[in-house]
Design a protein around this ligand. Structure first.
Ligand code: HEC
Ligand code: HEC
Ligand code: HEC
Ligand code: HEC
Length: 452
């Protein structure tokens, strides 16, 4: 080797060979305008270009072809209609696995045209199973299921029918606080998004707990509402629906980069939730845009984002996680407007604090903590943002936003004296005793005897 070349190698700055991760939109997958998807949660990508999307609010899974065309709507499997299918996963044989949540069952379809069945799980041993995630090893032998309500995951050897339960409520190794989705690595190991725990909790294929990835916050390498997980080689992709970003970590927990747009800026998506990866393509469910976006992933020479050292040992903001998990605006770095954050401070006017906006509620009520998509977003049915009719008087204790109804008109927080600080019981309806009070407050004529 000539001394000249050697010298060049020595003086080259360390970042010259460093690479950033860039995502470019290839196409979007949407249902026809007359029958659109409603807050879909999960996506799976099959070996022959199939793309499946869990459209649970409409009780169906949609199948698209590689060019984005809708192939079919899967509404029943193994002799029973689907009821809120929340998650989908595909193995290398092209078999599709569906978590049929409201029936607490797991069903499969394909790869042959008539192949389908229901996984035999002994539900008597798993009362209250609340399925929000399903993942499968590439060879189809190992299945991972997420039980959100009971803060645990199930690892199943499909052919042998052997199931093991892992995880329990908490913040320790292998513990969970509302686990939501799961990504499976090439060996069959699992990485699970922990929505309230704000980290990614892992197990090896054999079921040994791994050191978690990420922690609560809004800086690179941190997560606020981790949702989708997809694993490919040494990259663990994680979406965050509130921050609107996707980050890639090594299985050891090192931030590889925050996904960028073609200009090298952080790529922001609309409520990114479920993820799937195949080849150089990343499929992202954009829940609030009711679609899936296919990104082509490439690298460019550049300076990848690095997690701040503090985020490894006691991140700023972690100590007030109990409050800032709802009050995003209470995260110190955000309120100071520090540079290099994954997002900026959302609008937070006194008339409608960020914490009681629709998006803030949805960040937990999208199924990751509680699934209210149907109850609230498909059926609540109150005209929000529209002027109140002249013949209706809204009492002062029900605050309007710019003269119109908003979530905070009927919902409040921390009203029960000192209690109600825990997220479980902080939120409530603005009434003293029962719900009817609320209705009568505006609809005087709902009262017995009518009139006001
Ligand atoms: C489950 C979500 C949630 C959690 C957890 C939570 N809050 Fe709130 N908080 C709310 C909502 C919703 C409101 C109502 C805002 C409105 O008036 O529309 C609110 C209102 C408030 C207000 C009134 C001022 C304002 O911003 O509107 C204060 C102060 C407050 N919270 C402090 C706290 C503190 C301190 C903690 C932690 C101990 C906490 N909250 C935890 C949801 C939450
Ligand atoms: C940090 C997560 C989180 C956020 C943000 C959040 N919630 Fe909740 N919510 C919960 C949890 C947890 C429960 C209790 C679920 C249970 O008991 O199983 C709950 C329960 C509720 C309930 C009672 C439902 C029932 O049937 O028990 C209402 C009403 C509610 N939330 C409204 C809201 C509103 C309105 C917002 C936005 C202002 C909001 N929530 C934001 C986590 C959250
Ligand atoms: C007109 C009054 C009103 C408005 C406006 C309103 N809600 Fe509700 N909401 C209710 C009532 C009443 C319930 C039932 C509460 C209960 O049973 O404890 C409820 C329940 C909920 C629940 C719990 C649903 C579940 O799965 O059990 C959530 C979450 C929620 N609302 C969110 C919202 C959000 C987000 C908005 C704004 C987009 C909103 N609400 C606007 C009255 C209202
Ligand atoms: C903050 C005021 C407010 C509260 C509280 C409220 N409503 Fe309403 N409600 C409205 C407005 C405004 C409309 C739309 C205008 C109208 O239909 O008069 C509406 C419409 C409705 C409608 C549809 C009526 C129609 O003709 O389409 C029903 C049903 C209804 N409300 C039931 C309820 C129930 C049940 C509750 C209690 C859980 C409730 N409302 C609480 C303001 C309110």
């Amino acid at each position: 080797m000539s001394p000249l070349i050697l010298a060049c190698g020595l003086v080259a700055p360390a970042w010259a060979s460093a690479q950033i991760l860039v995502g470019s939109t290839v196409q979007v997958y949407q249902a026809p305008a007359l029958d659109p998807m409603t807050m879909p949660t999960a996506v799976a990508a099959g070996p022959s270009g199939q793309v499946w999307v869990a459209d649970g609010v409409s009780d169906r899974v949609l199948e698209f072809d590689a060019s984005g065309g809708l192939v079919r709507s899967i509404e029943a499997v193994a002799g029973q209609p689907l009821s809120n299918p929340t998650a989908v996963a595909a193995d290398e044989a092209g078999r599709l696995w569906i978590a049929d949540s409201d029936h607490a069952r797991v069903v499969w379809l394909g790869p042959g045209p008539g192949d389908q069945g229901e996984l035999p799980i002994d539900l008597a041993l798993l009362p209250g199973l609340d399925l929000t995630g399903v993942g499968v090893s590439p060879d189809g032998d190992l299945l991972w299921l997420v039980d959100n309500e009971q803060h645990r995951v199930l690892r199943g050897e499909v052919d042998a029918g052997i199931w093991a339960v892992m995880g329990s409520y908490g913040e320790g190794l292998g513990q969970l606080r509302h686990p939501f989705m799961v990504g499976v690595d090439d060996d069959g190991g699992a990485w699970v998004s922990d929505a309230i725990g704000a980290r990614i909790v892992g197990w090896s294929a054999e079921g040994e707990a791994r050191r978690p990835i990420g922690r609560f916050g809004v800086q690179p390498g941190q997560v606020f509402r981790p949702k989708g997980v997809a694993v490919q080689g040494d990259r663990v992709w994680v979406s965050d629906s509130t921050l609107g970003v996707i980050q890639a970590f090594s299985p050891g927990g090192k931030l590889l980069d925050v996904l960028r747009d073609e200009q090298g800026r952080i790529l922001h998506l609309e409520g990114p939730t479920g993820l799937a990866v195949r080849g150089d393509r990343l499929f992202v469910v954009e829940l609030t845009a009711h679609r899936v976006t296919e990104l082509s992933i490439g690298t460019k020479v550049g300076q990848p984002y690095e997690a701040p050292v503090a985020s490894v040992i006691g991140a700023e903001g972690t100590e007030n996680q109990a409050c800032s998990m709802c009050h995003l605006e209470m995260i110190p770095a955000l309120s100071r407007g520090a540079a290099d954050l994954l997002t900026s401070l959302p609008p937070n006017p006194k008339s409608e604090p960020y914490v009681s906006t629709e998006g803030a509620c949805l960040s937990c009520h999208d199924g990751s903590v509680m699934d209210s998509r149907k109850a609230v977003w498909a059926m609540h049915g109150h005209p929000l943002g529209e002027p109140i009719p002249d013949d209706m008087t809204v009492p002062d204790h029900l605050p309007l936003v710019d003269g119109a109804m908003a979530c905070r008109t009927c919902h409040s927080a921390h009203t029960e004296g000192g209690s109600g600080q825990v997220h479980r019981d902080a939120l409530m309806v603005r009434v003293e005793d029962d719900i009817e009070e609320l209705c009568v407050a505006c609809h005087g004529d709902m009262q017995k005897g009518g009139g006001k």
